[in-house]
Each structure stands twice: as C-alpha cells, then as structure tokens.
Design a protein around this ligand. Structure first.
Ligand SMILES: [Zn+2]
Ligand SMILES: [Zn+2]
Length: 291
C-alpha cells in the first residue's frame, strides 16, 4: 500500500512537471512571435566591431549560472557617491524594477561616500575624474556583499573606466562572483531635472538589468533586439529595448524559475505607473500573445 502511494505521488509529480514544462514551452513559443529582428550593425555599433557567439539553452545550463537558494536569495544595490533627491528616486524605482524583472527580493544597501576610493583607483580623463570599475567591483562591493545576497550591484555617481586602454564603461559585471558596478554619470546633465528624468531612468533600468542578467549567466544576445545586446554608446543603449527576447527569457527562467505571466503583469504595472510607453507596449504585446 505504502509503495503504491509513493508510486502514485511520483506519477503525480511527473505529470505536474510535464504540464508545467509544457506550459513554459507554449509561453516561449508564443512570445517568440514578438521578437524583433536585429538590424544589420552600422559602424560604431557594438556588433560592428565585436564578434560574439550565442549560447544555446543547453550550453547556458552547462555554465551553472548563479541560482538563488535558501541562503542567498536577495539582490542588493549599493549606492556610492552624492545623489540628489531625484537621483535617489531613480535608485528606488530601479530597485522596484529589478524586483519585477528578476522576480527576486531587491534591497538598497546603505550608501557610501566616494571618498572611500583611493587615489590609485582614480584618473583624470577628458577633464573629469573617473573611478576604476574593477577596483570598485572587486574590493568595495565584494567586501560589503551581505551573506543573503545572490548578487550585488554598486550604483556609482561618478564616471567609470574598466582599464587604462578604455575611455569609459557604463557598467561591469562578474559572471561567477555576483558582483557588478554601474555608473549614472553619462545618463543625464547635472543637476538632474524632471525633464531629463524619464530618459535617464530608462538608461539606468536597462544598464542595471543588463549587468544583473550577466550575473545570472546571460551572455550578449545576437538573436534579436534584446536587453542583452551589447552596446557601444548611449545612442545604442537608447535604441535598445528593455525586453528580453524569447531565447534569453527561456534561459533566465530555467535558472530563476519564476512565473512568466506574473512577471509580465508586474512589469506592465511598473511601466504604466512610470509612463515608460515603448516598453509598456512591448510587455503588453507579450501579455496578449501568451494568453
Ligand atoms: Zn554586457
Ligand atoms: Zn536575447
């Protein structure tokens, strides 16, 4: 009798898994119809000068991406620098957005003054001071990462550079350590005004979700117009979209295992509340096609 009950439970588990896997496959097949083809890269675009290889779903899973568990389950943002009231509002909106995007609890850690960065990790380039992104990521962010953090991203007010050869970088992530930094320096003129707010916020949302996407193992996407496309400039970031293509959604979902439809609904509410019209239209189209 006992083994019968056990056998029955096992069968139910297999059936439930079959139904859920099938629903997921239906979802990804449906939203694939909304994937926007990539345009041929022009001079100056990321793909014009970078040859990239796309991972299949199987290849992605073999990389064993960071996966939340009972111990490490929260995304942390760590602001570093002096931020205005409107910039703080952007950081809080970014927290809300990331919570919806990854369906993972997201917190803002206490901010630090940028005086904690030593002279050896600073330089003057084109008449302004920049901070060394790798130092910030691997030293400042690394030592302050809480025990329950699955990933942690610094949001820096000053401009960043990744190494002496490079002019600047918007953000930098480590795939295996769950550490990243991103700068808001190039997203708006100081002081941030209500007129600049929306565009600047979109840049921060795209950059932070792109970098955190890397930390969950997503590589640059070359299959469609997608949040995970590499970008070379602010103009290219502005042309890019915050939507993950169906292939990248399938990879992320295989790691984070959230409810795909709940995620779309949460993002739709966020975009609607914050009047981010283009992304709202894309998400709503995914909601309609996956019903
Ligand atoms: Zn990237
Ligand atoms: Zn993609």
């Amino acid at each position: 009798m006992y083994s019968c009950i056990k056998h029955f439970s096992l069968c139910m588990l297999v059936i439930l898994c079959f139904i859920s896997c099938n629903n997921n496959t239906n979802y990804f097949n449906a939203i694939a119809k909304n994937d926007i083809p990539l345009k041929k890269p022009q001079k100056g675009d990321w793909l014009f000068s970078h040859k990239e290889r796309m991972l299949t779903l199987g290849d992605y899973q073999k990389t064993y991406p960071l996966t939340p568990d009972g111990t490490r389950h929260t995304i942390y943002l760590k602001p570093i620098g002096d931020f205005s009231g409107l910039e703080w509002k952007q950081i809080e909106l970014t927290r809300q957005y990331l919570e919806n995007f990854f369906q993972i609890k997201t917190r803002i850690q206490q901010s630090s003054n940028n005086k904690i960065i030593p002279l050896g990790a600073r330089r003057i380039n084109q008449h302004h001071e920049q901070l060394l992104a790798t130092y910030l990521r691997d030293t400042i962010i690394a030592v302050q990462k809480p025990k329950d953090a699955i990933v942690m991203m610094g949001i820096i007010e000053m401009d960043l550079y990744p190494s002496e050869k490079w002019n600047f970088v918007f953000g930098l992530a480590s795939y295996d350590k769950g550490l990243a930094v991103g700068s808001i320096y190039r997203f708006h003129q100081r002081p941030l005004t209500p007129k600049q707010f929306n565009l600047s916020l979109q840049r921060l949302l795209k950059t932070s979700s792109h970098e955190i996407g890397h930390m969950f193992g997503l590589t640059h996407c070359i299959e469609a117009n997608c949040l995970m496309n590499g970008t070379n400039s602010l103009a290219e970031t502005d042309r890019s979209i915050a939507r993950l293509c169906s292939g990248c959604q399938q990879k992320l979902n295989s790691t984070l295992k959230y409810d795909n439809k709940k995620r779309l609904q949460d993002l739709s509410v966020f975009f609607s509340k914050n009047k981010i019209e283009n992304e709202l239209a894309l998400i709503n189209a995914d909601i309609v096609i996956s019903e």
